[in-house]
Ligand binder design. Structure first.
Ligand code: ATP
Ligand code: MG
Length: 199
């Protein structure tokens, strides 16, 4: 049975008290570290949405893409050409299929050096480390070094890390963690990647 209008008004008033108290308590500004993980669709596109928001405020962003099989995505076509965005594709040269661990580790470390540059640049309001989790999963990067660099970034800089299977130590370090669940994906029903939606 839905509430009558008086019950509804009272319920909403109680809710407003709780929400207002929570808002009043969260008065601090700080750089936030976010991890977007899980098997569902929406991790990288959420990160790019935050890049768009950042640009809306006239602020700068750095995007490092650690694994990428194509350069013709909508996000690179649009965000990559914005003067306030530093867009670096670092996956090129990764030889995931060679099973050459030394070569891949060296490539990953060169890529991380670019990320370190972003994490040391206080003029960047937002840093996106897209698909970083895979480099950690395969042990191509030193976990302690990565955590230390993330922790030492400028205090007001936000950082978003995407990728499946984020390690627990990254979740522990993060301020905001979302795990996107895969309930359904059109691909499994035979729909190929759609421009603007998937790439
Ligand atoms: P997006 O970039 O669309 O936000 P994502 O970052 O969450 O996706 P990735 O694992 O990076 O997911 O995969 C990138 C590509 O694979 C996208 O084209 C996306 O639509 C597709 N994809 C993501 N999750 C699934 C899934 N569960 N099944 C099939 N395809 C998927
Ligand atoms: Mg992704």
């Amino acid at each position: 049975m839905p509430d009558n209008s008086e019950q509804h008004q009272q319920r909403m008033a109680r809710k407003k008290t709780v929400v207002d108290a929570a808002i009043a308590k969260a008065g601090r500004d700080q750089g936030v570290m976010l991890v977007l993980t899980g098997n569902g669709k929406g991790k990288s596109s959420s990160a790019f949405g935050m890049v768009a928001r950042t640009l809306g405020y006239g602020l700068k962003a750095g995007v490092a893409q650690f694994i990428k099989s194509r350069r013709d995505t909508g996000e690179e076509k649009f965000l990559g050409m914005q003067p306030s965005v530093q867009w670096r594709v670092l996956g090129d040269g990764f030889t995931w299929n060679t099973q050459n661990r030394d070569a891949d580790t060296a490539t990953a470390q060169r890529a991380w050096a670019v990320a370190q540059g972003f994490l040391g640049d206080a003029s960047l309001h937002l840093v996106v480390l897209d698909e970083l989790t895979y480099l950690l999963k395969y042990g191509y990067l030193d976990a302690q070094q990565v955590c230390a660099d993330l922790a030492a970034r400028p205090p007001m800089q936000h950082v978003v890390i995407t990728g499946r299977a984020a390690p627990q130590y990254l979740l522990d370090l993060a301020d905001t963690v979302s795990e996107i669940q895969d309930l359904k994906h059109a691909f499994r029903d035979g729909v190929c990647a759609q421009p603007g939606i998937d790439l």
